[in-house]
Design a protein around this ligand. Structure first.
Ligand code: AMP
Ligand code: MG
Length: 416
């Protein structure tokens, strides 16, 4: 079987992963979830004509000259309603957010008034005509009952939380972010707080992947390093399969101790593909438990990411993120490829389509990309100068400064 292209691999991932089953969730716990349906407002907002100012609710028709005197017949604060309507020659003292009394059609700010003959007289210092509805926020101005105000797939952030709260949606129907187990494999790995003995290295992938999981809005579950030993792998894979997604790193290429595919098979994981025509990341393995279409819950999706750090990282951005978006019900779920202009000439030869580390920034409203110095899939250092990959076809690539290239942002650009 010829090796899959990145596009084919993505198609297979999206065809395999089912969106999470929508759940009714208390609004207070829904931050980071995605709405599983359109939200239609059951209310008008604001719910009543409302004062924008502290001042006096008056009748526009009464303001016929500068320095008009009006009788103050009532006072209304936020949370109350006036007891009497505003009649001719009358005013009601009103506070910001309070409902406009019947009969009134403008609010004169307190700063534009002064005391009259006694406590119950007020004089207006305004030049007629006063605009009808001055300082009144009309009922339903920002949203009307029956309007669709938030759409399916939208993330629940602070602002969605507030709007849903305003509408009284104390329970919302959402898709939760997946829990993603991270399992680094390899006899050479030591925990990061230990000094590696000769031949050993620190396990940098686990925390990197956990950080990527978090940046992608999902929930990481860190597992201990698995040794290149069938029994240890079996145990840790079994623990990882408790999560919605299991990301392994290492052990998926063709070496003597690349035991991960066989261990996954023993665990009952069905292989969907192994190896993709790309650089870095060619040995990537993907599979799933359960039957496709068997509506989500209880299934797991398994990525065997190559151990080389840059390979793991790029495969996560391309493939795991797509699976997360699909799980959350985000459309389209595939990677958001953008275009950017090269800041300097670039030339590269590769036998496979390549995702080259690069730094993208927004300058004068346009995306500009600078390709970083990169020594290959183990060159983790190059990635700290980068925030994206440039997509290059296989063969000889060359581009002058200003050439437009495809880029895959890793998370955010310019911190946005
Ligand atoms: P593997 O895919 O297991 O053949 O590993 C490929 C390369 O990545 C080897 O040089 C490993 O030592 C390295 N590697 C594997 N796992 C990790 C890890 N968790 N952190 C850092 N490097 C790793
Ligand atoms: Mg290994």
């Amino acid at each position: 079987m010829p090796m899959l292209t990145v596009e084919q691999a993505l198609e297979q991932i999206l065809a395999t992963v089912d969106p999470a089953v929508p759940r009714e969730t208390p609004l207070a716990e829904a931050l980071g979830c995605r709405l599983a349906g359109d939200v239609i407002s059951p209310v008008d907002s604001p719910p009543f004509d409302k004062s924008m100012m502290d001042g006096y609710a008056v009748r526009v028709a009464d303001v016929t000259e500068t320095d008009v005197a009006l009788r103050v017949v009532d006072e209304v604060t936020a949370g109350r309603t006036a007891d009497v309507p505003v009649g001719p020659g009358q005013a009601v003292r009103i506070m910001t957010g309070a409902p406009i009394p019947d009969g009134a059609d403008a609010v004169v700010p307190i700063e534009r008034t002064r005391r009259g003959e006694d406590d119950n007289e007020i004089r207006l210092e305004v030049t007629p005509p006063v605009q009808n509805r001055w300082n009144i926020i009309p009922r339903g101005e920002s949203m009307r009952q029956g309007e669709t105000v938030i759409e399916t797939g939208q993330p629940i952030r602070a602002q969605e939380t507030a709007l849903l709260a305003e509408m009284g949606q104390a329970v919302v129907t959402v898709r939760r972010p997946p829990r993603i187990a991270v399992l680094a494999t390899g006899d050479e790995l030591v925990p990061i707080d230990q000094t590696p003995a000769p031949g050993q290295i620190r396990n940098s992938n686990a925390l990197m992947l956990a950080a990527q999981v978090r940046e992608a809005g999902a929930v990481p579950v860190l597992l201990d390093i698995a040794r290149d030993d069938p029994q240890d792998l079996d145990e840790k894979i079994a623990a990882g399969l408790q999560c919605d997604v299991l990301c392994l790193s290492g052990g998926v290429s063709a070496g003597k101790l690349d035991l991960v595919p066989a261990a996954l098979e023993r665990a009952g994981v069905r292989e969907v593909f192994h190896k993709v025509a790309m650089k870095p990341g060619k040995p990537i393995w993907f599979g799933a438990t359960g039957e496709p279409g068997a509506t989500g819950e209880g299934r797991s999706y398994i990525f065997g990411l190559p151990g080389n750090p840059v390979s793991s990282m790029v495969c996560f951005e391309l493939f795991v993120r797509a699976a997360i978006r699909r799980f959350l019900g985000i459309e389209p779920a595939g990677p958001g490829i953008l275009t950017a202009e090269l800041t300097e000439p670039f030339e590269y030869d590769s036998d496979r389509p390549t995702w080259f580390p690069a730094h993208v920034e927004i300058r004068e409203g346009r995306l500009r990309v600078h390709v970083v110095d990169w020594k290959g899939s183990s060159d983790l250092r190059s990635t700290v100068r980068a925030n994206a990959s440039v997509r290059l076809p296989s063969g000889h690539s060359t581009g002058a400064a200003g050439t437009t290239v495809d880029i895959l942002p890793w998370g955010r650009i310019n911190g946005m």
